[in-house]
Write a protein that binds this ligand. Structure first.
Ligand SMILES: [Zn+2]
Length: 475
């Protein structure tokens, strides 16, 4: 008996003396959310070295490793950082206010953003490379640079083209800017050039994103190579077997816009929609629903944004840029307001059909300048909640943000899971988001590419932004 106690003493002693390997960050007792399966693995130890997850496993790792920073994640949930797959940096007169959005995104657990064009592409590209090289704090940025449009479009700062030669020149300049994807919109661009821009951008190896030109059916643009349709509303066009007829008769003025709308609503058909979504999926086309902006605008007369304290963290000019939609709404009569709501409800309820069809959904918000009450940082949390409200499970909503986002850029090896070898861009939550999607807001800490921010750090970051805004508003 005495011998045994003695032996145990030696074993204990020798274990205590084995030098531990030190890693940059050690997280213990974490409940890790496996985004692929929806399973939660409890009591996990996660080791982070540099910008990546080095190893993950059970408590036995604790006897071999220590961390320069050690985090006890007891009763907390660890998941990849959020991806907002549709934001806008913009407003050439208030670049400084956009700059403040970078820490704001982080404070809300958003570790990657996909910037879908604005009028300050050079600044965005500069921030992107500063963040990548560790010289600036912010989410990882993916940007389209300036978008492709027709001549004299309403959008400032876009690349306006009227001929094939100009299109080639525009694509050359996007190549020089080294943008991550190409965005095309339809304000004044012709249907022919829209199709051609999609094909040519795709041929140069880019993912192509865009609105859908009224002269082109969704299947035509999908076949031409559009990788993402931005905004759920467009999917309504494909939810009827009359899509071609409505397009043709609208273009030839046989149908007024109101009549075309009516015909569209009268012929909506779920099985037609699902079959088409399946077709788009097989052609590699995805959807970024951006439900939040359409919801905010459709219900502008009943939603109360006055208690949104996040407004204290947004610059005055950025908030002023919200006004145009508010003014426009004020001029709309009750019929057009009713139509907005109908349009929103009809398109949002297609979401589970899209999911069922296999067409990939990417969670994005349209947050940024001009997009009323669509607050950078907070927006993705509201978007995910809307996705759940309209029929996705919390897990599916999270997958749309953190798995489908990186997959779009071919980065599924680096992101999308809490696994060894993946980037250490993570969020630690106090409550389980699979039980209630609003729990994505219960942020305890954020790690972005290996840089750790405790709740205290995040609060300090927020106070600094708030003070900056106050100062700006005073001047
Ligand atoms: Zn947008």
């Amino acid at each position: 008996m005495r011998k045994l106690v003695f032996l145990a003493g030696i074993v204990g002693l020798s274990m205590a003396c084995t030098p531990k390997t030190e890693v940059d960050i050690l997280i213990k007792n974490a409940s890790v959310i496996e985004l692929k399966s929806g399973q939660i693995i409890s009591s996990q130890v996660v080791l982070i070295q540099g910008d990546s997850i080095f190893q993950i496993g059970g408590d036995s790792l604790l006897s071999q490793y220590s961390g320069k920073t050690e985090i006890d994640a007891e009763s907390q949930f660890l998941m990849p950082g959020l991806w907002d797959n549709h934001v806008h940096f913009g407003g050439a007169e208030y670049v400084d206010e956009n700059e403040q959005l970078l820490p704001l995104f982080l404070a809300f657990g958003v570790t990657s953003v996909r910037d879908a064009a604005g009028d300050i592409p050079l600044e965005v590209l500069k921030w992107k490379s500063e963040i990548n090289s560790g010289n600036r704090i912010g989410p990882r940025i993916f940007t389209s640079g300036p978008k492709i449009e027709g001549i004299n479009s309403v959008w400032p700062g876009d690349l306006e083209i009227g001929t094939e030669a100009e299109l080639d020149f525009a694509l050359d300049s996007l190549e020089k800017l080294n943008v991550d994807f190409v965005k095309i919109t339809d304000n004044t661009l012709s249907a022919e050039l829209f199709l051609s821009a999609t094909q040519k951008a795709k041929a140069r190896g880019w993912s192509v994103s865009g609105h859908v030109h009224p002269g082109i059916t969704l299947d035509e643009i999908s076949k031409a190579g559009l990788t993402t349709i931005e905004h759920q509303g467009y999917l309504l066009r494909a939810a009827t077997s009359e899509e071609n007829r409505i397009r043709d008769e609208k273009l030839s003025n046989k149908l007024s816009p109101a009549e075309a709308n009516q015909l569209q609503f009268n012929t909506l058909n779920d099985s037609v929609a699902e079959a088409k979504f399946r077709q788009f999926a097989s052609q590699g086309t995805r959807i970024v629903p951006t439900l939040l902006i359409s919801y905010n605008i459709a219900y502008l007369d009943s939603l109360d944004f006055s208690t949104d304290t996040i407004q204290d963290y947004l610059g005055p000019k950025l908030k002023e840029s919200y006004q145009w939609r508010i003014d426009r709404y004020a001029l709309e009569d009750s019929t057009s307001r009713k139509n907005r709501k109908m349009q929103f409800e009809a398109s949002a309820r297609l979401l589970p059909l899209v999911q069922k069809s296999g067409m990939k959904i990417m969670a994005g918000t349209d947050a940024g300048y001009l997009n009323t009450y669509d607050y950078p940082g907070l927006a993705i949390h509201r978007e995910l909640a809307l996705m759940v409200k309209y029929g996705l499970s919390p897990l599916e909503a999270l997958q749309a943000s953190m798995i489908n986002g990186p997959a779009y850029f071919g980065l599924e090896k680096e992101y999308g899971a809490v696994e060894a070898g993946k980037k250490a861009s993570l969020v630690l939550l106090n409550k389980n988001p699979l039980e209630n999607i609003e729990n994505t807001l219960s942020i305890e800490s954020v790690i972005v590419e290996g840089k750790y921010f405790s709740r205290k750090d995040l609060d300090r970051m927020l106070s600094k932004i708030k003070a900056w805004v106050k100062e700006k508003e005073a001047n």
